[in-house]
Design a protein around this ligand. Sequence first.
Ligand SMILES: Cc1cc2nc3c(=O)[nH]c(=O)nc-3n(C[C@H](O)[C@H](O)[C@H](O)COP(=O)(O)OP(=O)(O)OC[C@H]3O[C@@H](n4cnc5c(N)ncnc54)[C@H](O)[C@@H]3O)c2cc1C
Length: 346
Amino acid sequence: MHKNLFDVTIIGGGPAGLYSAFYSGLRGMKVNILEYQPHLGGKVNVYPEKMIWDAGGMPPVTGAKMVEQMIEQGLTFNPSVFLNEKVESIRKNESGHFEVQTASGNLHISKTVIVAVGSGILNPQKLQIEGAERFEVTNLHYTVQSLKKFKDKTVLISGGGNTAIDWANELEPIAKKVYITHRSCNFKGHEAQIGQLMSSTAECLLNTQITKLHANEAHDGIDRVELTHSITNELSSLEVDDVIINHGYEIDASLIKNSALPIEMVDDYFIKTESSGSSSVPGLYAAGDISKHDGKLNLLMGAFHDAANAVNEAKRYITPDAGAAAMVSSHNDVFKEKNRELAKNI
Ligand SMILES: Cc1cc2nc3c(=O)[nH]c(=O)nc-3n(C[C@H](O)[C@H](O)[C@H](O)COP(=O)(O)OP(=O)(O)OC[C@H]3O[C@@H](n4cnc5c(N)ncnc54)[C@H](O)[C@@H]3O)c2cc1C
């Protein structure tokens, strides 16, 4: 037998992947996590300072804290973890095991696979203005890593989806002034976030888009932005300290397409699953934002729920007479020692 034969190989180390790793450990499985980024935590790393209020039973925590806690939990059972490991394709060999091929040339062999790649490999869509890239080292941003950086600044955000709206809401109490420009006539975010934005001091510039960036005297940053109204073509100008762009992401979704497996998809990207996480390929499961099923919830809670279901299916694929689910953690033998340690500090 292959010495590195894993029970489950989890592709993607975001919320779904990390919880899959934890739950697989709980069920006594030998686990391998493969993550493209140099760090774990997935998309939550895009919003490190955002407060997350909607994780059941959890007090509000920042994205960064959530990442820290998910990693700690995900690594409880010491899974093998490969970072900077881009999975390129999955196939099955003649023994019925999965072979997971990565860009670095590694071949990971596994009895089952949980695909937890979320939105795939994300690269932000760049501002389509000639020469814009030279400002990326100063005040043209494609992500908000630290809210403090924008304290007392005049910030223009360009974008109309959840991320742009979230950033506007988070920055509004911190920045001197927040403008948000969107080329369309309405925003496409969650209702509550749009409501918050509309009742804040942030100024919404709809039907407008950035058409020119003016450099400061030193030519090392933007000091003024030209905006064009998309209906009237009227030009306007805004003096800014920082410009933040969220025009969505270019997604590298080649993984499933490169894989010589009959994986049924939805909308050419998502993996069609049962609510149990099972895909059209026996032994291959999907969890988190990549999966599409009737009860799908594209939230952290949805990712955790998918993950537990996928692991239970994977366990029973390997060991058909295993229980349908793990016992609750308080009854599980694997926690006895850990509970004794924790109890000392209570
Ligand atoms: C701005 C924003 C705010 C949000 N706020 C909330 C909130 O307040 N509450 C909430 O519940 N949810 C929130 N969400 C949603 C939540 O973040 C997602 O539902 C969750 O991250 C999905 O987890 P996932 O593991 O499925 O995918 P992801 O988080 O996308 O993780 C997938 C991982 O897979 C890796 N990967 C992709 N392709 C490959 C490959 N080929 N090889 C190896 N690795 C690969 C990626 O690098 C990534 O690390 C928010 C999302 C955004 C964008």
